[in-house]
Design a protein around this ligand. Structure first.
Ligand code: FAD
Ligand code: FES
Length: 267
């Protein structure tokens, strides 16, 4: 993916300047990290230190070089993310980053983001980048139910066309995000320079990749493997991909990914 976005990991001591609850299980942390805000690309992540063993990988939700601030969206699933969500304004976090290869926006006229669950966090950064670069953008966001939804107002106000889907059937479309994408693609004006960028549960991204193949559209997916070092050393995060000759190979999700061309991923 985007070779430009692979950069040397630097440790940042970042002060928390804002904390915003997003729903009962998720918060948004805004941190002052000017060097990170300057260099971070959509799809990259930071490895965040907690009191527990191993840093936690968290996608960058937005970065604003002007204010020197970055946003992280945290969904509480275990002790590390619960600790992060319980921080207070003024506390400092140690972040390693920006890490990994992000999404490649260069040359595309239209970007469709398809996010499920916490996948909507890093894709929000993609949408903001599209807005800044004046790329036509559409967002498809899927959640279990309206109650679990996150960033709906933010997506609705970022200038793109938005489609919200929920398994419970209490949002725009009943079903998961890939189902909503199929719905969208059926009626969409053709634009050859269209790319789909997806992040979320693996099974959802696999369906998105299959749809992209059927509609002959480029597709980039952000894989979420368990990670430890986050910088390509420990090999904890390896996943199966195809090289340029179609041969199966092992790739490190943290350093060669997390974003891969969908056709290179061996699901
Ligand atoms: C590239 C990337 C981006 C991510 N972005 C976000 C985000 O923006 N917001 C968010 O809320 N979550 C994100 N996650 C998932 C997040 O890293 C895990 O939910 C978190 O590490 C769980 O830690 P825990 O201590 O709360 O849970 P525990 O289950 O107690 O974690 C135990 C260990 O497993 C690892 N681990 C557990 N689940 C995952 C997972 N899904 N992916 C990688 N490592 C895991 C942890 O690092 C830790 O070492 C991302 C994961 C990856 C790989
Ligand atoms: S997390 Fe260590 S190599 Fe990827």
């Amino acid at each position: 993916m985007n070779q430009e976005s692979a950069s040397l990991a630097i440790e940042h001591e970042a002060d928390i300047v804002r904390i915003r609850p997003l729903n009962v299980n998720a918060v948004q942390l805004t941190l002052l990290a000017p060097r990170l805000a300057e260099t971070a690309q959509p799809g990259q992540f930071v490895n965040v230190r907690t009191p527990y063993m191993l840093r936690r990988p968290i996608g960058i939700m937005d970065a604003d070089p002007a204010s020197g601030q970055i946003d992280l969206g945290i969904r509480m699933v275990g002790k590390g993310t619960e600790w992060l969500a319980g921080r207070k304004i003024g506390e400092t976090l140690s972040l390693l980053g920006p890490l990994g290869h992000g999404f490649d926006l260069s040359g595309w006229k239209r970007v469709i983001t398809v996010g499920g669950g916490t996948g909507v966090f890093p894709l929000y950064f993609v949408q903001q980048a599209c807005r800044r670069q004046k790329i036509d953008a559409i967002a498809v966001c899927g959640y279990p139910s309206k109650q679990d939804s996150i960033l709906t107002e933010e997506y609705a106000s970022c200038g793109c066309q938005v489609l919200f889907a929920s398994d419970a059937g209490d949002m725009d479309i009943a079903g998961h995000a890939a189902w909503a994408l199929e719905h969208l693609l059926t009626d969409l004006e053709p634009e050859p320079e269209t790319v789909i960028m997806s992040c979320g549960p693996k099974v959802m991204m696999q369906s998105v990749a299959e749809l992209a193949r059927r509609y002959n559209l480029a597709c980039q997916v952000s894989l979420e493997e368990r990670m430890a070092c986050g910088i390509g050393v420990c090999l904890v995060c390896t996943c199966k991909t195809r090289d340029s000759r179609g041969q199966e190979q092992m790739s490190r999700c943290c350093s060669e990914g997390p974003v891969f061309a969908a056709e290179d991923v061996i699901w």
